[in-house]
Each structure stands twice: as C-alpha cells, then as structure tokens.
Design a protein around this ligand. Structure first.
Ligand SMILES: [Zn+2]
Length: 325
C-alpha cells in the first residue's frame, strides 16, 4: 500500500520530535506496537529524525531532511548506526539477540552522530534477554537511543518498564476514522460497521475499501475473541449484523470450496471438519432470522445482537464440546 498518514498520531509525533530536537528525549523510549494504528511509521520517523544531520522545522512540523548523508543511508537501508532486533516469527526474543544491543551501544557511532536501536516485540523477551537489556538501559551511552516496541508493556519486567519513557499509540475517535477513510477513498460508501472495525484496524479497512471488498472474514476474529463493540444506534447494529452474516457466508464458502479457514478454527476443524461447516451455517441462519427481527419495531437490538454474537462464538469455538455432550 502506498504511504498513508495517520492524523491521530500527529500530536504524539509533535511531542516526540520536539523532545528529540530539544535534546530532552529519554534514551530509553517505549512505543506501543500497533502497526495498524501507525506505530511503525512513528518509529521510522523518529529514527530518521534522530539520525538526520539537518532536521527541518517549519509550519508542517519537525522532520528529517531526507537529503543529508544520514538520511540517504537510512533510505538505502544501510545506515550503520541503526540496529533493529526482533524475534523470529513465533519465537521468543532471546538473550543472544539482546547481547547485540549491548555491544552495539558500546561501539562508537560510525557516522559520528546518534545511534538508534529498535527492539521490536520486546514483550516476547526471555527473562535472560530482559535482564541483558536492562543493563544497557541502566547505563545508556550518551548518543544512543533505545526504542523498545511492545504490544503489551505490562508483560515487560517492571525494572525494564521503569527505565523507559512510555508512549502509547492514541486510539482515533470514530469521527476521525470516518473522515480519514472518506478523504483517502472519496467515492466509497462507508458503513458504520466498517468505521467501527476501522477504529481498531484502520489499514485493513482502508485496503478493503480500496479493493471494493466487503468487510473481511477477519471480522469474525472479533466475534470469536469477544471483542466486538456494537454501534450505539439500531441502524448501525443492523449494518453490523449484516457484515457479520456476510463474513460467515464468505468463510463458509472458502471452507467448502478451498478448505481454507481462520487460524482460530484450527482445533475445531481438525477434530470435527463437518462440525465447523455446520457451525458456520447455523450462525448464518440464525443471523438471517435476527436481521429480520431487527427490522421489526420495539426490540432491544443491542441485547438480541449480543446474544446472537455470544451464541455464534460458542458454536464456532466450542461446537466440539457441545457435540461431546
Ligand atoms: Zn537528513
């Protein structure tokens, strides 16, 4: 996807960039890992700014110049004073990787400017790795910035946390997200359900709109993980229910025709392949009934929909237990 801007992180960027330029930025920085909400872009902007020799400050704010030798090295992906450490997929971040951080911090900068280290998915560090990182955080060399990125800072050792200046990524309000989507895809019809989905996954929602697709099967993830926030008004709820029905339909189609299914369905599919298809079909049918009910007057749409979602969740995840009973 082409580069997009995330208006909701601007105030945070202003805070970080002013501190960086003014020399008051902590050497241990914690940035919440929320790539959908722009955390990777924030990390990149900050690293470029810290490495740049001639930062620009004008009405658009502070940023790296993009032209100095440091900026060119960064763009080429070969800046010798930038180190990125992250775990291999599905693995913990081990002490060997973190030792590289310590060694890097002790070296003098190859370009005689700042050095920047990213430790990504720091919440997956082993205890030994965390203790090793702590040593570097306790005595960070003058010109070294350690940017620690984690989805759940609560999983870090308190001693590590206390050495970091923490920056959570702000959650955009619904009207900000709606305006953002409208600006980027002006001709699209944007439902309330999509906006509420986009509040958590703006990039996925944006891509779907651009591709002209309906809400993704991924929407079922929210249903099975119980993290659905229903819209407040009845019309919004009805649209939302429609989207889940659509997702069920697409998931059933993919499962029947291509035998593909969401990750969370693995256990269910492996134990009872036809049971999973049945669960999808049952949820679809009860969803159609619910939708018809919602069009009638005087019903508690919120309650009925929550009940249906709860039931779907049970069927999709736990149909195995139900069968065993
Ligand atoms: Zn520059």
């Amino acid at each position: 996807m082409a580069r997009v801007s995330f208006p909701w992180i601007r105030p945070l960027w202003q805070q970080l960039s002013e501190a960086a330029l003014g020399g008051s930025l902590a050497h241990g920085i914690g940035i919440e890992y929320q790539p959908e909400l722009g955390s990777e872009q924030l990390l990149e902007q900050l690293s470029r700014l810290l490495l740049c020799q001639k930062p620009v400050q004008d009405t658009k704010g502070i940023r790296a110049c993009g032209q100095c030798k440091q900026c060119l090295l960064y763009k080429a992906g070969t800046h010798p004073d930038l180190l990125r450490i992250q775990p291999e997929p599905g693995k913990q971040l081990g002490v060997d990787a973190i030792r590289k951080v310590g060694a890097f911090a002790q070296q003098s900068a190859a370009q005689s400017g700042n050095k920047v280290v990213h430790v990504v998915h720091a919440d997956s560090m082993t205890l030994a790795a965390a203790n090793s990182l702590l040593k570097t955080l306790e005595e960070p060399p003058e010109n070294t910035y350690l940017i620690v990125s984690a989805a759940q800072f609560s999983l870090l050792l308190p001693t590590v946390r206390s050495r970091l200046m923490m920056f959570p990524i702000p959650r955009p309000p619904l009207d900000t997200i709606a305006a953002w989507l409208t600006q980027l895809v002006p001709d699209a019809t944007i439902s309330d359900a999509l906006v509420s989905y986009a509040q958590k996954r703006p990039l996925t929602a944006l891509q779907l709109l651009k591709d002209g697709q309906a809400l993704p099967q991924a929407m079922l993830d929210d249903v099975v993980f119980g993290s659905v926030q229903l819209p407040k008004d009845n019309e919004g709820i009805e649209q939302f229910v429609m989207s889940v029905i659509e997702s069920l339909h697409l998931t059933l189609r993919d499962y029947s025709e291509r035998n593909t299914y969401p990750t969370w369905a693995k256990a269910h599919v492996e134990t009872n392949p036809s049971g999973f298809a049945q669960a999808l079909s049952d949820c679809y049918q009860t969803g159609i009934v619910l939708r018809r009910e919602l069009q009638g007057p005087g019903l508690n749409a919120q309650l009925l929909s929550q009940r249906w979602l709860h039931d779907c969740r049970r069927r999709l995840l736990l149909a195995r237990e139900t069968m065993a009973n």
